[in-house]
Write a protein of this length. Structure first.
Length: 143
């Protein structure tokens, strides 16, 4: 009986390891072309009308609103899923009208921010679905 229990635990551990490895291999980062150039252009329009007054036209930040580029931005979001980023933007931005942007507008603005930070565009739009965004992490450097 003890041998059967030990073998079952070992099999479970191997199975969990395989699932973890599979999840890590399927995870994408901001360096994997997770948005399109066209989406970033749409995001620029939304950014300029709803975000630039606080975060600055060049994403450098103004007064209390942080910049959306450079070291501070990178360290704040390093390793965080885009799901977390999108939900935070959706719930709290713009500051004078939280939760007023559609999920598509949030995804488009994120694409614009990534584009301005030098991340490569790809051939697929950044999804507006939070569940999909959970599999993409923000990485400030390609490695």
């Amino acid at each position: 009986m003890r041998c059967l229990k030990t073998n079952s635990i070992a099999a479970l551990a191997v199975g969990l390891f395989a699932i973890t490895v599979q999840a890590d291999e399927s995870q994408q980062s901001t360096w994997d072309g997770v948005f399109t150039a066209e989406q970033a252009q749409r995001g620029q329009v939304v950014y300029q009308t709803t975000c630039a007054s606080c975060h600055g036209p060049q994403l450098n930040g103004i007064d209390a609103a942080p910049g959306l580029n450079g070291g501070g931005f990178y360290s704040n979001w390093n390793g965080v899923s885009l799901q977390v980023m999108s939900l935070r933007i959706k719930a709290s931005m713009p500051q004078n009208a939280p939760n007023s942007l559609s999920r598509q507008q949030v995804a488009d603005v994120m694409a614009y921010i990534f584009s301005r930070n030098g991340f490569p565009a790809g051939d697929r739009e950044l999804s507006k679905r939070p569940a999909y965004l959970a599999n993409i992490v923000f990485k400030p450097t390609a490695d």
